[in-house]
Design a protein around this ligand. Structure first.
Ligand code: ZN
Length: 234
């Protein structure tokens, strides 16, 4: 690839055929339309990052795999999302997104539940691989995997007017009963205390196939997994 910024190269590797180049500081999309990559604003406060990020801001922190650690304040790798980027990738309306979805059979052997997931970038194929591997886990871990709390759902993120990644058919929520979510926690001084019950064995299988986990966020959402291959592209 020519002299593209390293983060642009990651996007091109993760989304081949969707992001095809880089010109005049903008991403070039499959239909030759352009999208600003970096607006040049640096060291923005977390609230403004999360509410109005450019595409480059999505990488404000690298995503780390490995042992489950308690994230530091406002460390949410993958939670900063530019809505136009996801609309361009997966569909602008509910109808468009559905047209881009395919069926995944969740836990074929033990449950065989049909769920809708985007087929853009082969996200559905990756989720099927995840599911097939999860199916091989010991029965003691199956309670985390169903009933599912949600997959495709055109909705905003609780307490915001931003579209949830569930709107784009790239996110899946496992069992609520065995999960923790930052908004459920009553804070005394505004500081969150990290909580998690999701076993690392489950997290590892998702990450292996290009999914990030909401349990690695300060604003933890431990049932939540989201297809974001750019965080694993080298
Ligand atoms: Zn979720």
């Amino acid at each position: 690839m020519p002299e593209y910024p390293p983060l642009v190269k990651k996007l091109m590797k993760a989304y081949p055929g969707k992001i095809t180049g880089y010109k005049n500081d903008s991403l070039v999309w499959f239909d030759n339309s352009k999208m600003q990559f970096d607006n040049g604003k640096k060291n923005r406060p977390y609230d403004s990052l999360i509410s109005s990020p450019d595409v480059e801001d999505q990488f404000y922190l690298p995503y780390s795999t490995g042992a489950i650690l308690s994230p530091k304040k406002n460390e949410d790798p993958g939670r900063v999302r530019n809505e136009n980027f996801f609309k361009k990738m997966y569909g602008t309306t509910k109808k468009d997104v559905i047209a881009n979805c395919a069926t995944v059979m969740w836990l074929k052997k033990s449950l065989n539940q049909k769920i809708l997931f985007s087929k853009i970038n082969g996200a559905n194929i990756q989720l099927q691989k995840v599911s097939d591997e999860l199916d091989l886990l010991p029965d003691s871990l199956k309670k985390y995997l169903s009933p599912l709390a949600g997959t495709f759902n055109w909705r905003t993120i609780e307490g915001t007017n931003r579209l949830s990644p569930h709107s784009f058919g790239i996110a899946i929520d496992l069992s609520v009963k065995h999960s923790d979510y930052w908004l459920w926690q009553k804070t005394k001084n505004g500081e969150l205390k990290y909580r998690n019950k999701m076993p690392l064995a489950i997290v590892k299988i998702f990450e292996k196939h290009g999914f990030i986990w909401g349990g690695r966020w300060y604003h933890y959402d431990t049932m939540h997994f989201e297809y974001r291959p750019e965080f694993f592209a080298i």
